[in-house]
Design a protein around this ligand. Structure first.
Ligand code: ZN
Length: 948
């Protein structure tokens, strides 16, 4: 039977027996969710990671005895499906190629996917099949899409709640905007620039001969240190009428401002070089500053004209120095050149340890050459960060003297805005390109509905929620806190696409990330809706209030039942997701939960994982490369795919899908399967009992306990790689050794019993197959068996140390033979004498007590042994050696009695068989044969070896 056939068989059995359909009640519950997939393509191996991690955790917790709910649904709202169906309808060549070649959709089917609804239906079916074929233990009775009418009612209820709590507002609001599509863009509408933020620059209004020269800056406080302005002499600037003012700005700034409420009107042009040498007035201190040329000025950024603060901005310092030292070729008059030489930086921020001019200090530190040196960027970031956190304003800033930079920014900006000395200018933090290929801008939308995420009280509740949550990996907690701090108000409705209309303003559709924040709660209801037990008409606000919040009276027993089920499953115990969703979805997930639900229903944990690349390249649904889940399953099978992805990396590390290594994984699983079959067969014919345990048997049983302990600890921390390392590879090694030493098939069957259960969450199909053969039939599923527990009674460190002694000694002999190239006729092994073992043990015990030093060790040793000199030399060595060991290891060694001589003596035959020659073992003190005087070298756990 092929791997795929075995997998199909078990998937069918699981489905028929409905073992993953979770009902409330009874055992303690575990509610795990992963983000539902967006249905604009087939699932690929990149998705596999998040889904499979979710599934492994669901399976693990199920085997740990929890009642596990692992549901799934589909995300379809927004514009991507509308756009995609249009492209398919128009037979857009590139789209057809991408979906035919990469997503593997046959053309006849593809051409028919010409409406959003058909796309949803097609990808919904394909995704469900792919996830089932991957072995995901999902309760499919709860599936839905975000455009289902009942779901829309749930969203309308939620938005009504948010609005009544004052968390939704309307007004002029900046959004990321595609000028071609004439629509706000969200992360999944983009070709690049996902995660780009909208930055608020302060546009400081310098004035020159009646014109306004606006200079954009993120550091408005530095205006007090402006020594000059920079223009790019090669650029033509526009003169634009804005309200009553006339501004000089770059062309791109003009375009950007036209998407705001400024409505600029072009009335003229001026060459950058014609501004050089003229004077502009600083609005904050009325100082006149000269306009100078600089090549670093990017006409597409900000207004295209920059204020220069050389004391605190490395670029400004460098440009000024370049001018002074005549390194630029601008053809300046002698008068201007003289003036330039006189310009001195003006220090306005005190920063301890950074000298007179922090910009210069960092420039020197990084050895930045000039304004075109790429290191100037890094220098800028360093100065910005240091000054922001530790800088204090000095008397140059007049009434702001004594303020910290971090606290004064907002104050200065507010005052400048109030006095008409500045404006706000929105810029994207990085270039953003729409799916249609157009460069996006920031648009100020009038009457935009937005969520007021910037509200302090709302943020405080989210931080409160975070502080009581488990974040895995824990290092990501800071990341979450920072993201909460920085989160700004966010547009939550748009004009086009699929989705739910705002309940109070039907012209607007709720944006597609905003409708995906608390949908985990809907999984409880969707079962009743899908089963037809509750009708769409019943889903009014009173219904949601009652079942989700317990507000109001129950209208029927069914409503009470649903309420009970909700109370049983909620809150979400774990949300597991890719790290790309940290700055958006996962944040909104928290914000909306704290806004809607009482504290006891706030999420308990979030786990974050990295991506999967394909042969070292980033996968992309719209450009390739792409390897679909379907292809992976057809080629390698689900278990191999799962095993590879989970074992390749863990936490936020990225995994890389390399077919050569996937093939290695496939072979490893085939070996595992073969070994399991062999063990089962042998145990059937063996006459040995599994009761009379030899030392070797106790060794392998002990080793299994160690692996179980490690695998469980790894799983509790979602370290899939570490878990598989222990549950698969290390056990495989142990079994190899055990079989070499002589196996008891009955014991090996017990080991296999533990082994398959350890592996079942990772490679469930193959484990079900093995389990069914071990337990005489398919009626009892390993998916529902108990995960192995550590049996303390089977832990025996002495045996492990002794077996390690033997293994290490054989390794040492092998090395000696390899180095000396001797064909051995006789091997003699000398184990350490009693006095050495005594001192070693004493050293260990002292270390456990934290009292290990030469003095204490000697005092104890001299009492028992006479020869002080040899004791002293040896004791020195032991102090050094034991000092370096970890406390846990020392504890085990100190408390586990080991008989070195007996262990080695009993293994004489075994070693002899290994090397094909005679082997003798002696205690070094009583050796009858020691021609090379090797026995002196015998150390505790490190016998001396002599080869003839
Ligand atoms: Zn567009």
């Amino acid at each position: 039977m092929s791997v795929q056939e075995i997998e199909k068989r078990w998937q069918k059995r699981w489905f028929e027996e409905r073992i993953f359909e979770a009902e409330s009640g009874g055992k303690e519950k575990f509610f795990i969710t992963v983000p539902y997939p967006y249905l604009n393509g087939n699932l690929h191996v990149g998705h596999t990671r998040t889904f499979v991690i979710g599934d492994v955790l669901a399976r693990y917790n199920r085997m740990m005895g929890y009642n596990v709910l692992f549901p799934m649904a589909f995300h379809v709202t927004g514009t991507p499906l509308v756009g995609l169906s249009e492209l398919i309808r128009n037979r857009d060549e590139r789209t057809i190629k991408v979906y035919n070649d990469l997503h593997k959709i046959p053309k006849d089917i593809l051409f028919d996917l010409n409406t959003p609804e058909k796309l949803v239906n097609y990808f919904k079916k394909e995704s469900e099949i792919a996830l089932s074929d991957m072995g995901c233990s999902i309760d499919w009775r709860r599936k839905f899409t975000t455009m289902d009418p009942p779901y829309k009612k749930f969203i309308r209820w939620q938005f009504g709640k948010l609005k009544s709590k004052g968390l939704i507002a309307r007004g002029l609001h900046p959004v990321r905007w595609c000028p071609n599509c004439k629509n706000p863009v969200e992360d999944h509408d983009l070709l690049r620039g996902e995660g780009a933020n909208i930055l608020d620059y302060t546009l400081i209004k310098f004035s020159l001969d009646g014109y306004i020269i606006p200079c954009a800056t993120l550091r408005p406080e530095t205006v007090f240190g402006a020594t000059n302005l920079w223009v790019n002499p090669a650029v033509t600037y526009l003169i634009a009428k804005i309200g009553e003012e006339e501004w000089m700005i770059g062309e791109r700034a003009f375009e950007k401002l036209s998407h705001t409420d400024k409505h600029p009107e072009k009335i003229g042009e001026i060459e950058g070089r014609d501004l050089i040498g003229r004077y502009a007035k600083n609005p904050m201190n009325e100082e006149e500053v000269i306009v100078l040329p600089a090549t670093f000025v990017d006409p597409t950024e900000g207004s295209g004209i920059v204020m220069s603060v050389p004391a605190h901005a490395p670029y400004d310092y460098l440009a000024l120095r370049d001018l002074k030292e005549g390194r630029c070729d601008y053809d300046l008059t002698e008068e201007i050149s003289d003036l330039i030489l006189k310009i001195e930086p003006i220090k306005l921020i005190d920063l301890p340890g950074y000298g007179d001019f922090p910009a210069l200090t960092v420039i020197d530190e990084l050895k930045v050459k000039d304004q075109m040196d790429p290191k100037a960027e890094k220098a800028t970031k360093i100065v910005y960060k240091r000054e922001f956190h530790d800088g204090i304003l000095n008397d140059v800033t007049r009434r702001y003297e004594g303020y910290k930079v971090s606290e004064v920014k907002e104050i200065i900006t507010k005052e400048m805005l109030k006095e008409g000395k500045a404006d706000i200018f929105h810029e994207l933090s990085e270039p953003v390109t729409c799916r249609c290929g157009t460069e996006c801008v920031v648009k100020l939308v009038e009457d935009q509905w937005f969520l007021t995420y910037s509200k302090k009280e709302w943020k405080d509740e989210v931080l409160d929620c975070l502080s009581s949550m488990k974040i895995i990996p824990e290092e990501y907690r800071k990341e979450f806190e920072n993201k909460v701090d920085w989160l700004k108000d966010k547009a939550c409705a748009r004009r086009r696409g699929l989705g739910t209309r705002l309940p109070w303003d039907k012209d607007w559709l709720i944006e597609s990330l905003a409708d995906s924040t608390i949908y985990m709660a809907y999984y409880i209801l969707s079962k009743y809706i899908n089963e037809g037990r509750i009708k769409e008409e019943e889903l009014d606000d009173q219904f949601f209030d009652y079942v989700l919040l317990g507000i109001g009276e129950q209208k029927s027993d069914l409503h009470k039942e649903i309420r009970n089920e909700f109370e049983y499953w909620y809150p979400v115990d774990l949300r597991s997701s890719g790290k790309d969703l940290v700055p958006n979805h996962l944040l909104f997930f928290l914000f909306h939960h704290v806004a809607i639900f009482p504290r006891r229903y706030w999420p308990r944990a979030i786990a974050v994982n990295g991506f999967v690349s394909l042969e070292g390249e980033k996968m992309s649904k719209s450009r390739g490369p792409l390897f679909t889940m379907r292809e992976a399953i057809d080629e390698y099978g689900a278990d191999v795919t799962r095993f590879y992805i989970l074992g390749n990396s863990e936490h936020i590390q990225d995994a890389d899908w390399r077919s050569s290594r996937v093939k290695d994984a496939k072979r490893a699983l085939e070996r595992f399967y073969g070994l399991a079959e062999d063990i089962i067969q042998r145990s059937k014919v063996s006459r040995e009992s599994g009761k009379d345990l030899s030392r070797r048997d106790r060794w392998i049983l002990h080793r299994m306990q160690v692996r179980i302990k490690e695998a469980r600890a790894a799983m509790e921390n979602i370290q899939t790689r570490r878990a598989l390392q222990n549950a698969f590879y290390l056990i495989l090694n142990d079994i190899k050794w055990y079989r070499k030493r002589g196996e008891n098939p009955k014991v090996l069957l017990d080991v296999l019993d533990l082994w398959v259960r350890l592996l079942a969450p990772f490679i469930p199909h193959i484990c079900e197959e093995i389990w069914s053969r071990m337990n005489g039939g398919p009626q009892n599923f390993i998916s529902l068996a108990r995960y192995p527990e550590v049996d303390e009674g089977k832990i025996d460190h002495s045996i492990e140390i002794e077996e390690d002694l033997l293994r290490d000694t054989i390794e040492d002999i092998r090395e000696i033979l390899a180095v000396t190239k001797i064909e051995p006729k006789k091997i003699v092994i000398y184990t350490a004498p009693e006095w050495k073992r005594d001192i070693y043990k004493t050293a260990l015990k002292l270390k456990v007590k934290g009292a290990l030093d030469m003095g204490s060790l000697m005092r104890t040793a001299i009492k028992d042994h006479a020869n002080t000199r040899r004791i002293s030399n040896f004791a020195k060595k032991m102090v050094r050696e034991v000092e370096l060991m970890g406390q846990a290891e020392v504890k085990i060694l100190a408390n586990s009695p080991v008989d070195e001589f007996e262990t080695m003596k009993k293994a004489e035959d075994f070693i002899s068989y290994e090397f094909g020659c005679e082997v003798s073992v002696f205690d070094a003190e009583f050796s009858k044969y020691d021609p090379a005087k090797k026995s002196d070298a015998a150390m505790p756990l490190r016998p001396a070896i002599y080869v003839e």
